[in-house]
Every structure is written in structure tokens, then in C-alpha cells.
Design a binder for this molecule. Structure first.
Ligand SMILES: Nc1nc2c(ncn2[C@@H]2O[C@H](COP(=O)(O)OP(=O)(O)OP(=O)(O)O)[C@@H](O)[C@H]2O)c(=O)[nH]1
Ligand SMILES: [Mg+2]
Ligand SMILES: [Zn+2]
Length: 283
């Protein structure tokens, strides 16, 4: 039988097989083959009884996140709040690069739109939609945009990422229609005075498989800085027209990308963040 790992607690792997959750231990052979099983792994299970089993094999992963440790995701829901905390667009752009590098579909979700002027979030939405990304503008408080986001999440495995406090847990609760995730209510649970998710777990509802992440996720990837341009889809039409073959589009003369920025064909904001990201990777 095959199934997906939904939750891991020490040596126990909770695998969804058909409509049941089976508590499994990994066979020695599997442990040697793959050092660490992850939530999201698709595994072969041999049943011991009705609700216990052994994991006897693992499918090859299509991708893997480092923090949280999750495998095989289809979409990363990059959550950015428009206010409190202020939007971090460098983090957004880095996460898009990371997704494209790892074969994950990036979905942008602008949250807390009840706190700012419509023009401001529509401006951001425009920039990213023009490049070809899907952007959802939501407010969990005013119930805006939840249904269309829900459609995006159906029939796929999605992880929510974004800085602490952007509203991920609140949004997941809204989408699911139940208070499953602890959201930022002050409590005595930890030193920061907030609830945080301690283990990674898949939440399933209505054909959606969702993972909440606690606060910031780390986006380490070994992309050489010279290749970053490849993950800026709006540069594609221009990079072959630069005078220098290895143009980084920063200081070079006769750069087609810089010209496109000057002519308003590429977003100046995105381009400036590109420079910041490339420069931060060169040191
Ligand atoms: N105004 C407004 N506040 C919101 C909205 N969504 C969430 N909040 C508030 O933002 C705070 C943080 O929300 P959380 O859902 O806990 O944020 P999180 O991203 O899960 O944070 P971490 O778990 O620390 O990563 C809470 O006080 C929420 O009530 C929204 O749409 N509008
Ligand atoms: Mg949370
Ligand atoms: Zn150039």
C-alpha cells in the first residue's frame, strides 16, 4: 500500500493510506537508504494490524524544503502582510527564486489588506501579475478573498511561508473554517508570548493539504549569483540583447535589461531588489 506522511513524532510516522491514518515505524533498510523521512514523503507501507504498519519504501522526492522540513510540495503560498508587519518584498522575491529553482509553483498572498489603501495592494498585485504569478489579496478579519484562495489550494499540497505575524495561521483557520492552528493570541506558551507550531503537520480539509509554518522560513539555495537572472522571468526577453555575454545587468554599459527598466518594461522595484539580492550573494 502507498500513502503520504502527514506527521512525524519521534520514531512514529503517521501515514495517510486511503482514508486512514496508520502509525508506522520505518524499516532499517529505509532508514539506511534515506537518512530522514519527511512530512510529505510518499511511502510504501506494510500493515501490521488495522492502524499500525511499517514503512518499507520511499518514492523519490520531487523537491524538499529545509525549514520546515517538508517534501514534495506543489505550491508555496508566499504570505506577505501589507501592514503590521510591513511587507518584506526582498524576502518575497527570494522565495520566488527559491520556488522556481526547486520546481515549486509560487503563489503570492497579500494579507491584512483591511489595513491599507486599495491602491497600494493593487499596485503590488499588478507588478507580480504582469510577470505571470498568481496574486491573492486577502483579509482574514474582513473575510475578503478567502474563497478564491481556497480554489487555488484545492487538490494540491501547499505550504504557507512568510515572516512571523503576517497572518498565516489565521488564514489557514479561515480557509479550513475551523480553528485548527493556533494564531497570534498572546498566551504563556513560549517566551515570545505567542503560540508557535512545534512540529510540521499536514492539515487536510476539502481536498486541500496544507502546512502552516512557524514564522520565518529559511531559503538557502545554492544558486550561483550569476544564475539569479534566470529566475527573473521578466528579464527573459532582454538578457540575450545585452552587449556583454555574461552581463549581470548591474554596472555594465549597453545592457538591455537596464534599458527595459528605464523604459518602464520591467518593474524598477523588482530590478532594484534584484541588485540587492545578487550583491548579497557575491560576498
Ligand atoms: N487586521 C488584520 N489582522 C490580521 C489579519 N490576519 C491576521 N491578523 C492578526 O495578525 C496577528 C498574527 O496572526 P497569525 O495568524 O498568528 O500570524 P502567523 O503568520 O501565523 O505568525 P507566526 O505563527 O508567528 O509565524 C494576529 O493578531 C491576527 O489577529 C487580517 O487579515 N487583518
Ligand atoms: Mg502561526
Ligand atoms: Zn544586461
Amino acid at each position: 500500500m502507498t500513502g503520504k506522511i502527514y506527521k512525524i513524532l519521534s520514531n512514529f510516522h503517521y501515514v495517510k493510506v486511503d482514508d486512514r491514518i496508520i502509525e508506522c515505524k520505518a524499516q532499517g533498510k529505509v532508514k539506511r537508504e534515506i537518512q530522514k523521512l519527511l512530512v510529505g514523503d510518499n511511502v510504501q507501507v506494510e500493515l501490521i494490524d488495522n492502524n499500525k504498519g511499517n514503512i518499507i519504501g520511499v518514492e523519490k522526492r520531487k523537491n524538499q524544503l529545509l525549514r520546515p522540513n517538508v517534501a514534495n510540495l506543489d505550491k508555496l503560498i508566499i504570505t506577505v502582510s501589507m501592514k503590521s508587519p510591513d511587507p518584506d518584498y526582498i524576502l518575497l522575491d527570494k522565495q520566488i527564486i527559491y520556488c522556481l529553482f526547486n520546481n515549486i509553483i509560487p503563489i503570492i498572498c497579500l494579507t491584512k489588506i483591511d489595513l491599507i489603501d486599495e491602491n497600494e495592494y493593487l499596485r503590488i498585485k499588478n507588478i507580480y501579475e504582469k510577470i505571470g504569478y498568481k496574486v491573492y489579496c486577502v483579509s482574514s478579519i474582513d473575510n475578503i478573498g478567502i474563497d478564491s484562495l481556497k480554489n487555488e489550494l484545492k487538490n494540491c499540497f501547499c505550504v504557507f511561508s512568510g515572516n512571523s505575524g503576517v497572518g498565516k495561521s489565521t488564514l489557514i483557520n479561515k480557509v479550513i473554517g475551523k480553528d485548527i492552528m493556533n494564531s497570534g493570541v498572546i498566551s504563556s506558551k513560549n517566551q515570545r508570548g505567542k503560540h508557535t507550531t512545534r512540529h510540521v503537520q499536514i492539515i487536510e480539509n476539502d481536498d486541500m493539504l496544507l502546512v502552516d509554518t512557524p514564522g520565518f522560513s529559511l531559503f538557502d539555495c545554492n544558486i550561483p549569483y550569476k544564475d539569479i537572472e534566470l529566475y527573473y522571468e521578466e528579464f527573459n526577453d532582454y538578457i540575450n540583447n545585452c552587449e556583454f555575454k555574461d552581463c549581470l545587468h548591474i554596472k555594465e554599459e549597453n545592457c538591455a535589461v537596464k534599458n527595459a527598466v528605464k523604459n518602464g518594461l520591467i518593474s524598477k522595484d523588482r530590478y532594484e531588489r534584484y541588485i540587492t539580492i545578487v550583491n548579497s550573494m557575491r560576498i
